[in-house]
Ligand binder design. Structure first.
Ligand SMILES: Cc1cc2nc3c(=O)[nH]c(=O)nc-3n(C[C@H](O)[C@H](O)[C@H](O)COP(=O)(O)OP(=O)(O)OC[C@H]3O[C@@H](n4cnc5c(N)ncnc54)[C@H](O)[C@@H]3O)c2cc1C
Length: 331
């Protein structure tokens, strides 16, 4: 392992099945740059696993995001995520480079990886954060909903490295490049990659994955329990089609069987930030709004004028969705 004794922020750069860097990495990198400034300009570094010589395909991406060092592990088998080896190798790396903060995207992979790392390092992990900051004592202040979303808690970690996961789309990518010359450091593997604990047979895409377009949707039309039944949701879908929107749902609607969980927005669903979010028959519980408050314009349709959703809506329509949506459809 190279000689490393710096502090800094280490971010896990997840590679997708298509061998792109996952967008959550860029979101974390930009937030890490902000944190770094508050820490006096510490390095923002990345750790990545790739096939041999593949890491240099990402050189420009790392440089443009201002990543100071990329620690890379390479092996033919690293085309596929491996929970055991990745966590062991990141733990070994962290013991050497001693980052003060480790950030991981709260993707399926990140949610699997981060707790293994924190547990092996004997440190704390704040999962699914909605904000990260540095407090007056230079500690990572990680904010996330707690008590079923009734409160936002800002959590400090007593041990190092301080670890946090953040879901995709919670942070924005800065449109401007932050060019630095990135140093690429190849890390020796130093453990046996013979795996007798499990064998990867195949990856299968679920239907839910293939139909989920919410990540890139510019217009989202979301339905809640107020739509009451299948007819209500069919009407919502027609309306969405008419205006070129993508359908989403509250957990209330998902629990009623009106929509699949893959299109649920909120604390235990997706975080979205479309240009237009139309919430129809949704009360506006914090667990829902946490996943959509970054939408540019929010329109709420609700028959209760005191519904919480109106507190965050830019435009509010008080009325019965079963009267209002047909009006729109007939335009
Ligand atoms: C740990 C935890 C995690 C959670 N995660 C999520 C999450 O990820 N996403 C999420 O959405 N929720 C989540 N929830 C649930 C959340 O607290 C709410 O219960 C849920 O969002 C309510 O869904 P809803 O707004 O559709 O239903 P309701 O709260 O029942 O609201 C229905 C709304 O429809 C209105 N309405 C009724 N009839 C009509 C009509 N004819 N026309 C117009 N409006 C009408 C009503 O006035 C009401 O405001 C979570 C809860 C917990 C405890």
């Amino acid at each position: 392992m190279p000689d490393m004794d710096n502090s800094g922020i280490l971010i896990y750069a997840q590679i997708t099945r298509e061998e792109y860097i996952h967008t959550v990495f860029f979101e974390l990198a930009d937030k890490a740059k902000e944190l770094s400034q508050k820490l006096g300009g510490v390095d923002v570094n990345a750790v990545i696993f790739t096939r041999p010589n593949f890491v240099f395909n990402y050189k420009e991406a790392f440089e443009n995001r201002g990543i100071n060092k990329v620690y890379y592990f390479e092996d033919e088998s690293f085309k596929n995520y491996n929970t055991e080896f990745y966590s062991k190798l990141i733990v070994n790396l962290a013991r050497q480079v001693k980052p003060e903060i480790i950030l991981v995207g709260a993707t399926n992979e990140g949610r699997d990886l981060a707790p293994r790392i924190s547990s092996a390092l004997g440190t704390g992990l704040t999962a699914d954060c909605t904000d990260l900051d540095i407090n007056e004592n230079g500690k990572l202040a990680a904010t996330r909903p707690t008590f079923g979303g009734q409160l936002m808690a800002t959590i400090l970690c007593k041990t190092y490295p301080q670890m946090a996961t953040v879901r995709p789309k919670v942070f924005k990518v800065n449109p401007e490049d932050m060019y630095v010359q990135t140093e690429f450091i190849k890390c020796p593997i130093g453990i046996s990659l013979a795996n007798d604990r499990y064998t990867l047979l195949d990856f299968k895409k679920t239907i839910e994955n293939t139909i989920n377009e919410l990540d890139s949707a510019e217009i989202i039309v979301a339905g809640g329990k107020g739509l009451k039944n299948k007819e209500g949701f069919d009407m919502l879908k027609k309306f969405a089609n008419k205006i070129g929107g993508t359908v989403a749902a509250s957990r209330g609607a998902v629990e009623m069987g009106l929509a699949p969980s893959s299109i649920q927005v909120g604390q235990t669903g997706k975080t979205v930030s479309p240009k237009l979010y139309i919430a129809c028959g949704i009360s506006g519980a914090i667990q829902h709004t946490i996943g959509m408050t970054d939408s540019k314009h929010i329109i709420a349709i609700n028959n209760d004028k005191n519904a919480q959703i109106f507190d965050i809506a830019d435009t509010g329509i008080v009325g019965d969705a079963f009267e209002i949506l047909p009006e729109f459809l007939n335009q």
